[in-house]
Design a protein. Structure first.
Length: 116
């Protein structure tokens, strides 16, 4: 099992920035992909950004150019730097890990609210 602990959510004004962190612990051997999804009220969970163990990244079109995902393979931590935040970025953000190319793990989620 992999345990994921997220931090960094909160309330920010439009145009502001937040940085999310997620630390993986437990059976961390073989983690391939780390990343973030989000779910807004009344909507489906959607991809935000993913990063492979080799550093390749994939972003949702809606966040490209504003969000940056990074990863520390030694600390088993994934980060999401969110800049130029918009009200439509308001959602619960979930940390995601893919291990051994077959096992999915999810964090409990951290709330991000963008409002004036």
């Amino acid at each position: 099992q992999v345990q994921l602990e997220e931090s960094g959510g909160g309330l920010v004004q439009p145009g502001g920035s937040l940085r999310l962190s997620c630390v993986a612990s437990g059976s961390i051997f073989g983690i391939n992909v780390m990343g973030w999804y989000r779910q807004a009220p009344g909507k489906e969970r959607e991809l935000v950004a993913l990063i492979s163990s080799g550093g390749s990244t994939n972003y949702a079109a809606s966040v490209k150019g504003r969000f940056t995902i990074s990863r520390d393979n030694i600390e088993n931590t994934v980060y999401l730097q969110m800049n130029s935040l918009k009200p439509e970025d308001t959602a619960v953000y979930y940390c995601y890990v893919l291990r051994l190319s077959r096992y999915d793990y999810w964090g409990q989620g951290t709330q991000v609210t963008v409002s004036s």
